[in-house]
Unconditional design. Structure first.
Lengths: 248, 381
């Protein structure tokens, strides 16, 4: 069984995000980037399924500029067999990503597309769902457990009310939540071997994909800073302050 | 990321990310606990091996990672240092000084027996050169090994031995021949050998590293445990020192960097006289003086490391590097303490620990005075 894993290059989760002075976005120049943490979890799941003999080939896909290659090398070090780089500079909206992933999924004849539930840069949480819709395939998002059984997948997913278990026919789209697994440490020999694996570069034109322009970013601003608190001396004072604010 | 150095590739950076994750998850939260216990848990060695940390610099045939140049060792040191404990690096990596002589001069069987299990994190290695009668004058060490059939009978003692309490395999310098450097051999002494005992030492710093004095009382060690030819140990020890000194310089660099980063963050956060500390020119200048030294150590360190990867033997330059790095660490740690004020003087802060651990770096692995003397001799003075 062939599976596709989409991996995105994002600003590292440890970096304190800074807004560009003109409000046109966040500062990314000279800032540490890494693989979207949810995509690492998706990668790890695919590799574990391969180690269990349920998956035979893992193809990692990224979309974006030249530096996306670093993210693909990480995926190859995880254990992807090969990688596809949809090399396009500039903003890529979720619908565009979904179109490209759908095109590759079809071309490769894959059985599962694994994605992270969302990317920590724009937190859109749309690509997996849109890709499933474009391919007219079942989807199981926010997976916390995945079991493959021949032509079906049993997926436990995290929902507001608790856990829900779905059974989906394959092919299908599955997005990974935080508790699905804990990604492994990449070993140095695997990091070095990843350098020798192949990365195929394709463009939107090669895939017959048109970039969507359904979203427009108007302005990027930092979240409001927390205003200064007040010290209360007694519990009574606290209760009346909360009452005055209509909080109790 | 834009490349800031010709010596580091994307693979080095990918490795850094993994080590950082390991340190954040498996080391930093437990450091205080290990410091109080005055040793590292054995499982840590296994975990570190599973994460690929112990393999750097060792051949694949014995479980290591081929093709990992010395710069990976620097990345490893730099990231381990972020936990703020020199003892962690010294003890977790004691195989970095104990095992190379086996790899360089041992037989295939010796490597399988004494190196592979250590690189796999199942056993712990140490190097024992220093004796109570002195560490600087290696050529005149006194621990004696007398041949008796298939065994050496060893009498004497070693002190200041890193990982000495827990080590399973101790690469030990003994006198098998006459006086001076031509009478020294290396033998591996195994834990549990009758006649071998050890006691722990309490120290100013490096608390989580189990430093020990080792005693050999008619301790019988198979001749098969000798590494390399008889009486040819001195050269092997000296070669080993060269790498050890580069790694000690790397530690000094890494801890200077931690001091700088901690101080910068503190100076931004701490308010005195109604404004952040960093808004005082005096403090900004301190920070710049610290960072200037950090950058200078790094430049020197990277260049010497590169020369070693090119199979050069810049002995004098490595001595000078070790001194330059460790004395500048003293300067930087001192300034960091000053910026932290009373908070730095409290037990438990990274700056407190690093400050207490500066001296071991100017003494261990060849003291400052000995380094200067060796460099001067190498340069033909
Ligand atoms: C925490 C710690 C861990 C260590 N781990 C190990 C280990 O794992 N294995 C190991 O073998 N050793 C280890 N050492 C020992 C270390 O290498 C020695 O302490 C060091 O080599 C100095 O030897 P010494 O302490 O006997 O000092 P000495 O040789 O007694 O020297 C004392 C002082 O005199 C100076 N001096 C000596 N001779 C001269 C001279 N001719 N001219 C000018 N000045 C001179 C020295 O520079 C030093 O300042 C460790 C030490 C420490 C503190």
């Amino acid at each position: 069984m062939k599976v596709l894993v989409s991996v995105k290059r994002v600003v590292d989760y440890n970096v304190r995000i800074q807004i560009k002075p003109d409000g046109s976005g966040v500062v990314t120049d000279g800032v540490k980037h890494s693989m979207n943490p949810f995509d690492e979890i998706a990668m790890e799941e695919a590799v574990r399924l391969k180690e269990k003999g349920k998956v035979t080939e893992i193809i990692a896909v990224t979309l974006g500029g030249a530096k996306g290659e670093e993210t693909l090398r990480t995926a190859l070090a995880f254990g992807a067999d090969r990688a596809i780089h949809v090399k396009e500079e500039g903003e890529i909206q979720p619908l565009t990503a979904a179109r490209a992933l759908a095109a590759i999924f079809k071309k490769e004849g894959a059985q599962i597309l694994f994605t992270g539930k969302q990317a920590i840069d724009d937190d859109a949480n749309q690509t997996a769902q849109m890709t499933a819709a474009l391919l007219d395939l079942p989807q199981a998002t926010f997976a916390s457990k995945v079991e493959l059984d021949g032509t079906k997948a049993q997926v436990t997913r995290e929902i507001d009310a608790g856990l829900e278990t779905l059974e989906v026919d394959l092919p299908a789209v599955i997005s990974a939540d935080l508790r699905l697994n804990e990604p492994r440490y990449l070993k140095l020999p695997d990091i070095m071997k990843a350098k020798k694996k192949t990365i195929e570069a394709v463009s939107f034109a090669d895939l017959g994909v048109e970039a969507a322009a359904s979203l427009k970013t108007i302005k990027t601003t930092p979240p409001p800073t927390r205003s200064k608190g007040v010290m209360v001396k007694t519990v009574d004072e606290l209760v009346s302050a909360l009452k005055a604010k209509g909080l109790v | 990321m834009t490349t800031k150095s010709p010596f580091y590739t994307e693979e080095h950076e990918a490795f850094r990310t993994q080590v950082r994750r390991f340190v954040d998850r498996e080391c930093a939260p437990f450091i205080d606990q290990w410091e109080s216990a005055e040793e590292l848990p054995r499982e840590l060695h296994k975990k570190a091996a599973e994460a690929g940390l112990l393999q750097v610099g060792f051949p694949e045939e014995y479980g290591g990672t081929d093709g990992a140049d010395l710069f990976y060792g620097i990345v490893l040191t730099e990231e381990l240092a972020r936990a703020g404990s020199g003892g962690l690096i010294a003890s977790l990596m004691s195989h970095g000084i104990g095992t190379p002589p086996i790899i360089h001069t041992g037989t295939h069987e010796q490597k399988l027996k004494f190196a592979s299990p250590v690189i796999a994190g199942d056993k712990i290695a140490a190097l024992a050169i220093t004796e109570p009668s002195g560490g600087s004058d290696v050529a005149n060490l006194k621990t004696r090994a007398v041949r008796d059939g298939d065994h050496y009978v060893i009498n004497g003692s070693k002190t200041f031995i890193t990982s000495g309490m827990r080590a399973d395999y101790i690469t030990t310098a003994v006198r098998t021949g006459g006086d001076g450097m031509g009478g020294v051999s290396l033998v591996v002494i195994e834990a549990g050998t009758p006649g071998f005992t050890r006691t722990p030492l309490q120290k100013m710093g490096w608390w989580c590293s189990d430093t020990a004095t080792l005693y050999f009382d008619n301790c019988r060690v198979p001749v098969a445990n000798r590494i390399g030819p008889e009486n040819a140990g001195f050269m092997a020890i000296m070669m080993n020192f060269n790498n050890e000194r580069i790694m000690l310089a790397a530690q000094a660099y890494a801890f200077a960097k931690v001091c700088y980063e901690e101080s910068l963050a503190y100076a931004r956060e701490r308010t005195t006289f109604g404004k952040p500390l960093i808004r005082n020119q005096v403090i900004r200048h301190k920070l710049i003086d610290m960072q200037t030294r950090v950058e200078a150590i790094k430049a020197n360190l990277d260049l010497m490391t590169w020369r070693v990867t090119q199979k050069q033997m810049p002995i004098a330059e490595v001595c000078m590097l070790k001194n330059f790095a460790t004395t500048n660490l003293e300067y930087v740690a001192n300034e960091a303490m000053q910026i932290f004020g009373g908070a730095g003087y409290l037990r438990g802060s990274k700056v407190d620990r690093i400050y207490r651990e500066t001296k071991v770096l100017t003494i261990g692995g060849g003291s400052q005075e000995i380094m200067k003397d060796l460099a001067a001799r190498q340069l033909g003075y």
